[in-house]
Design a protein around this ligand. Sequence first.
Ligand SMILES: *Cc1c(COP(=O)(O)O)cnc(C)c1O
Length: 371
Amino acid sequence: MKIPFVDLKSQYLSIKSEIDQEVLKVLESGSFVLGENVTNFEETMSLMLKSHVLTCASGSDALFLSLMVADVRPGDEVITTPFTFFATAGSVSRLGAVPVFADINEETFTIDPNSIQKKITSKTKAIIPVHIFGNPCDMNGIDQITKNTQIKVIEDVCQAVGSRIGEWYLGTFGDFGCFSFFPTKNLGAYGDGGMICIKNSQHYDLIKKLRVHGSGVKYFHEMIGINSRLDSLQAAILNVKFKYLNKWNAKRIEIAHRYTKYFETLIKDQKIKVIKTLPNTTNVYHQYPITCDKRDELMNFLKEKEISAGVYYPLCLHLQKCYENLNYKKGDLPISEKISEKVLSIPIYPEMTDLHIEYVTQSVIEFFSKI
Ligand SMILES: *Cc1c(COP(=O)(O)O)cnc(C)c1O
């Protein structure tokens, strides 16, 4: 049975008539950037998060714009995790600032506040916790470090739209929360898109100008910004898909719980470990990662069974070629490095059927019964 890593085509087919209708309306309107669909989407997200929000062109730009407004300048330091997608640190470097990597927690794969504490210097301007795979970071631990300081907190929520700590959605804990609507994310457009959740209304006013080249009144520029806006087409698609977000996230959570239950014996026998979520939090499982010693063999075995599993992420950011100049070496962030060697994400997407889920589980169990 062929099981892809995500199945965007069957998702589209399940909402095709609504999507097609809204896309056609945009084409006929002749208005393609920002506009009514974007305003509607921002209102929807603002109601959900109970906060100010502004859309932009991508999750990477959401991070970049937040860092700009946090006044991150060349030479400043921004602490983040090396176990994330490159954009988290890349946006820091684009401003001439220095990403400083802290290690992660072995159970949750999220940044460890104790490790952050050790990396704080007089140059630390901001911290970017990443809610990796949808799993909420220890925001309370981070708050203990940053309260009564000038250090800004920029949450990378790109993989965690809908995840919560208590009743509060992620993205609302820090000064900024950065979202991505890249097609494979839990709320995905049919191209690039991003959004920033903004705590402070002055920051909101600033970002509203920065995303249109620093102008409040067209062709009058108060500051130097960038071009980073959401398309009407993407907003129209997101407005349709938003209606299904809760249902889709609930399905992901259900699948994750079923996987964990089916793997009970493998976990007890210490053949594999599964990701842990902090108490009183909700993980929307953008991915379902497991760790084991025979990761590559397992991945190849699943491949033979036509199951697409993926390694997110095979090389930590502090060991990437482009960051050689930062002078990290292997062993500096041992937990992140260990996880990157053992981690494997197995398929999890809302369109999976019972048959798919059982086939994946049985295949994993079969692999371990053979070795
Ligand atoms: C996807 C992603 C981004 C970047 O989002 P884009 O919209 O692709 O620019 C940033 N951080 C993390 C953790 C991501 O998964």
